[in-house]
Design a protein around this ligand. Structure first.
Ligand code: DGY
Length: 330
């Protein structure tokens, strides 16, 4: 019998993926809730054929150099900004991710933050818990309406589209800004492609759905918040570093914009003395947009299938760097 592939899995992922991996590989699973330290990860992958990583694991060229047999990195996430893709490709290593299956859950979370921030839900909850609720207040807790307003999507990919589709149910007008035109969004949802300046000036809700890359790092800065309406609500379920957090704090504190809802921060978790945590007009969730039972199971299944395909010399079902096909390690 051929020796089983050796793999390292950097966290306990759902059974739906773990079982397939354990049945077919010699797998070591990092049991702690916190990620393995980088130097430990380097040691662990030294004799591995496959690696299952999370968005909290930095997979850089030095780590890949420490793993001369590594054939595949299967990231348990759709985003892969934690992996140096060029370095993996240059070394003949396949990289997989988990697109598609988390689209609805993430769009649901973006909508949840949008409506929660617009209606000041968390602030109201705190008000109740702290005993400040004395009576019904005609002028208290006034938020923003949703129906018929304008949604600005920055990055009209799968998740941006899914949020726009939800907001069409609230009769919103959809604007989007992306490097690519999205004809489906234009045809199905009546979305309009606009320049970034126009989107910021005209949107009541601005939701971020871009990758984190050199062009988007720090994209939402002081200048950009100043271009938004004072009633604007800013939502980020993509990646924390797309936003200059100090600029967001200043905009929320000064009333430059009305409120924000974040599922991602920079760093994660935010430091306990992060000023954003003290503001009433922000909701911050702990990067849980994909955290539903069904979605995390589906992510685990794709993740396992990517890993096994990478180990067995097959095409990965969700292949980030298919250009490596002809030079991949066998
Ligand atoms: C991803 O998959 O990239 C999300 O951020 C976590 O599910």
């Amino acid at each position: 019998m051929a020796p089983r592939h050796r793999v390292f899995v950097t966290r306990v992922i759902p059974e739906a993926g773990l079982k397939q991996i354990q049945e077919q590989c010699h797998a070591e699973i990092w049991p702690d809730p916190l990620p393995p330290p980088h130097d430990v990860l380097r040691e662990k992958v030294a004799n591995c054929d496959g690696l299952v990583s999370l968005l909290t694991d930095r997979i850089d060229a030095a780590l890949l150099d420490a793993a001369p047999q590594l054939k595949v990195v299967s990231n348990y996430a759709v985003g892969f900004n934690n992996i140096e893709i060029k370095a993996a490709t240059a070394r003949g290593i396949c990289v997989g991710n988990t697109p598609g299956v988390l689209t609805d859950a993430t769009a649901d979370m973006a909508f949840c933050l949008l409506i929660g921030a617009a209606r000041r839900l968390v602030e109201g909850h705190q008000y109740t818990l702290s005993g400040q609720w004395k009576t019904w207040e005609p002028l208290g807790h006034l938020g923003q309406d949703l129906v018929g307003r304008t949604l600005g999507i920055v990055g009209m990919g799968r998740i941006g589209y899914a949020l726009a589709k939800r907001c069409r149910g609230w009769e919103m007008k959809i604007l989007y800004h992306d490097v690519h035109r999205n004809e489906h969004a234009e045809k199905d949802l009546g979305a309009t492609s606009v320049g970034f300046d126009q989107l910021l000036a005209e949107s009541d809700f601005i939701s971020v759905h871009t990758d984190l890359n050199d062009a988007t790092r720090g994209l939402f800065n002081e200048k950009r918040f100043k271009q938004m309406k004072p009633t604007a609500i800013f939502i980020n379920t993509a990646r924390g570093p797309i936003v200059d957090q100090k600029a967001l704090y200043n905009a929320l504190k000064a009333g430059t914009i009305f409120a924000a809802g974040l599922d991602v921060t920079d760093p994660e978790p935010p430091a306990l003395d992060e000023p954003l945590l003290r503001l009433p007009n922000i909701i911050i969730a702990p990067h849980i947009a994909s955290a539903t039972v069904g979605t995390r199971n589906a992510m685990a299944d794709i993740c396992a299938r990517n890993l096994l395909a990478g180990l067995n010399g097959q095409d990965l079902p969700a292949w980030v760097n298919p250009e490596v096909a002809s030079t991949r390690r066998r």
